[in-house]
Write a protein that binds this ligand. Structure first.
Ligand code: PMT
Length: 320
């Protein structure tokens, strides 16, 4: 693969600065992430940056249409909960409106169907009641969420477009640089490999009256290069590898590890991602698999992924 080492890192940095618009809030968010990381590392905690959800690539400046990368955000949101259970502080860099820790458990439920009113006749004030059968385990989940919130252990940051994501990832890496090996990057977001540079993008809505649409998109440089080489060289970095063809999965994951020389790749296939992943490190490939019964009982594979990586991070810190 051509894009390895400092040359690829420099190319990626250059194209990020020149071709991707900087989101207006990036400096303020960088400051919040740095304060969060220092506060928690100072209290002896490890900090994980989780990326989650898919990036959006606009086809027009005044965007009507866009190219989306598929990801519900479930992998990132459920992993955040397991990292919190393991004592980590979590920066959750997620796609606007993708699944969110704890609320993800009720994502398919219409909230209004889980509520009822009592009283309120003849102008009196009504009380709102929660139907706990419609919101399974709501008391426990709410208590866990409130404890995390009260302790300030979860910092949510939102992105929508690929530009937002790339600049916020860089800002996060800079913000976490002061805590070195205590930082983990868990890059579960589905990130576009293609984009249209601002200089080539039509301003207004593309007209169908002009006939079939033909677009040419440029390759997005892999940001893993500058992340590993320049932005967060002391951190524990995990990328994900998504394929639809199981036959090429492990070879592609190993190739990513050889190219970027980070600590681990979590490899998964789209159709089986809830029940199988392989955690590939330089010396080992560990396959994690749920049985049918475990899936039926609600066991989540993210619990095993996180346990595996927490142990590997511990070893990494001891050697750092
Ligand atoms: O959200 P769910 O529905 O639960 O689904 C979870 C998931 C399938 C999205 C997740 O498990 C997953 O595999 N995420 C990574 C998807 C992806 O972008 O894979 P990739 O093979 O295209 O990229 C590999 C890695 O390179 C990724 O870690 C990505 O962050 C990184 N990348 C990608 C593009 C780019 N321009 N720069 C990058 O650094």
């Amino acid at each position: 693969m051509a894009d390895s080492g400092s040359e690829a890192s420099g190319t990626a940095e250059g194209s990020l600065a020149e071709e991707f618009a900087v989101p207006p809030q990036v400096e303020e968010v960088r400051g919040r992430m740095a304060e969060f990381a220092e506060r928690h590392a100072g209290a002896g905690r490890r900090v994980v940056l989780i990326t989650s959800g898919g990036t959006k690539v606009p086809l027009e400046s005044r965007t009507v249409r866009f190219l989306d990368n598929f990801s519900s955000g479930r992998r990132g949101a459920s992993s955040a909960e397991y990292f919190l259970d393991a004592g980590y502080a979590v920066i959750f860099l997620h796609r606007h409106r993708s699944l969110y820790p704890y609320t993800r458990l009720y994502a398919g439920i219409n909230l209004l169907d889980a509520l009822a009113t009592e009283g309120g006749a003849e102008g009196g004030s009504a009380r709102v009641l929660v139907d706990q059968t419609a919101l399974p385990n709501i008391t426990t989940v709410l208590q866990r969420y409130q404890a995390v919130k009260a302790a300030g252990l979860l910092l949510p940051v939102e992105f929508s477009t690929l530009s937002d994501y790339l600049h916020l990832l860089k800002a996060a890496a800079q913000a976490l640089s002061s805590i070195g090996s205590k930082a983990m990057f868990y890059l579960a977001a589905a990130v576009s490999d293609f984009y249209i540079p601002a200089s080539e993008m039509p301003e207004h809505k593309i007209q169908s009256s002009n006939g079939p649409l033909q677009i040419s998109m440029k390759m997005v440089p892999k940001m893993l290069s500058p992340l590993v080489c320049d932005w967060a060289p002391g951190a524990f970095i995990i990328s994900f590898k998504l394929e639809t063809d199981a036959g090429i999965l492990l070879a592609r994951a190993r190739r990513a590890l050889d190219t970027y020389r980070h600590q681990a790749v979590v490899a998964n296939v789209l159709d089986s991602r809830r029940g199988y992943v392989a955690v590939v490190t330089s010396g080992d490939t560990r396959e994690l698999r749920l049985s049918e019964e475990e899936v039926q009982c609600g066991v989540e594979i993210e619990q095993r992924i996180v346990a595996t990586l927490v142990a590997a991070h511990h070893t990494f810190m001891a050697q750092a």
